[in-house]
Unconditional design. Structure first.
Length: 422
């Protein structure tokens, strides 16, 4: 352990080489700074995507119809087709690996005003849902309730609305629950107010949507037995991809679509998307450490070089130490301590400045979000405790490595030769 006088000697030696010491320390500072900023930004991106997805079922997939891409069994290529109520029941009964099968209808959002209350008019997305849809893409109920099975069975003229709908059609003092709004000339009673949990906007933003019972919307919009979209989740133990392939094959057979037709069914598999996100985040972490450690390595090499210069200038001092009985291990430990001092000091400054920058960036993001900017995809850039501990270990190891080579060179010089050095 060095005493206070020894620390003064270390600082004095560094002062003699101010410019070189500064440039060398800056290399270490920049390496740690880059590592912290990149790791924090990567974590912020991960947080943003994770929060954007919210509680969306990760074992789910969504399917809708498109024009056929191949002729099949006498039917032409490019024909339109639709899912039907019978398809939903078929999947529920015969695809045992499917857990939730939730159909959806949608309309509106085209720009024309479709909703009226008193003297206020506005345009919103209209969606017809089963209660199970909220298990796949959840929304938080702020007031009232969500749709239920009785609404479906009795085809009730009720609706659940998003926050934006309330802002447009009601005053702040009014309680919307129990009130009526007119949607495309039909009156519906508001039974609930919701806000989105995820940032995924399926068929329009949740806060700008009006949700009504699926069966009610089929009648009100004269959709017959059409189904526009199906949301399906896989049972535990089955992958969403396996269930998706099985459902698609069954639907193609029911609607006389070629098994090889990849155009007829549009689909999004969230399980696959989440796996891709996981691979992306892993790649970002690996890239962060490669760039950060690479930059830090350049700084460590600089520290090693300046220690060689400092040792050359202190050759006589080292010779005196050896002559009066200092052991090689004593000399090596002192030199390594000097190297560790440089890397640790510069590294801690880089760590502090990096975290300070992330905090400032996070504050700016929070202010932007508070002002109503919902398009921000980076949330809470931060550094995990494990990353901070790893950085500290990297600093200590880097300093020791940077000082070891110059230290070995110093003790390799014979004391008599060191005393004669100029």
């Amino acid at each position: 352990m060095f005493d206070i006088d020894r620390w003064k000697e270390i600082i004095s030696a560094l002062k003699k080489n101010k410019l070189r010491s500064f440039l060398t320390a800056f290399g270490v500072f920049w390496g740690i700074f880059m590592l912290i900023v990149m790791a924090g930004a990567g974590k912020g991106l991960e947080n943003g995507i994770t929060q954007g997805v919210g509680q969306l079922a990760t074992n789910s997939f969504f399917m809708w119809t498109q024009r056929t891409g191949e002729p099949y069994k006498g039917l032409r290529r490019g024909r339109f087709w639709n899912y039907e109520n019978e398809d939903v029941e078929f999947i529920r009964k015969h695809i045992k690996e499917a857990e939730i099968v939730a159909p959806r209808l949608f309309a509106g959002g085209g720009g024309g005003n479709n909703t009226i209350r008193g003297d206020k008019t506005a345009s919103f997305y209209i969606k017809g849902d089963y209660p199970e849809w909220n298990d796949i893409d959840p929304a938080t109920v702020l007031k009232g309730r969500w749709l239920n099975e009785v609404d479906i069975i009795q085809r009730r003229k009720v609706c659940v609305v998003g926050e934006k709908v309330i802002e447009e059609l009601f005053t702040k003092e009014e309680n919307p629950i129990g009130e009526y709004i007119r949607v495309n000339s039909v009156y519906y009673q508001v039974v609930g107010v919701v806000k989105p949990v995820s940032g995924i906007n399926m068929n329009g933003r949740t806060e700008e949507s009006i949700f009504m019972p699926f069966s009610t919307m089929q009648v009100a919009y004269n959709y017959g037995n059409q189904v526009h979209v199906m949301g399906i989740t896989a049972k535990p133990g089955y992958s969403a991809s396996f269930v998706e392939d099985k459902v698609m094959a069954a639907l193609k057979e029911r609607h006389k679509i070629a098994p090889t037709d990849v155009q007829a069914i549009g689909h999004v598999n969230l399980e696959k998307q989440f796996k891709q996100f996981g691979a992306l985040f892993m790649g970002i972490q690996v890239l962060t450490w490669i760039v950060g450690i690479g930059t830090l390595l350049a700084g460590v090499i600089g520290v090693s070089n300046i220690m060689l210069v400092i040792i050359k200038e202190r050759t006589q001092e080292i010779g005196v130490m050896r002559a009066i009985g200092a052991t090689p291990n004593k000399v090596i430990s002192q030199i390594i301590m000097e190297s560790v001092f440089i890397t640790t000091l510069a590294g801690y400054i880089g760590l502090f400045v990096g975290i300070l920058l992330l905090e400032g960036f996070n504050y700016a993001l929070e202010m932007a979000a508070a002002s109503g900017n919902s398009e921000i995809f980076i949330k809470n850039p931060e550094i995990n405790l494990s990353v901070a501990v790893a950085c500290l270990l990297v600093l200590i190891v880097s300093g020791a490595i940077a000082g070891y080579v110059p230290a070995k060179r110093a003790v390799s010089i014979k004391p008599i030769d060191a005393l004669r050095a100029e």
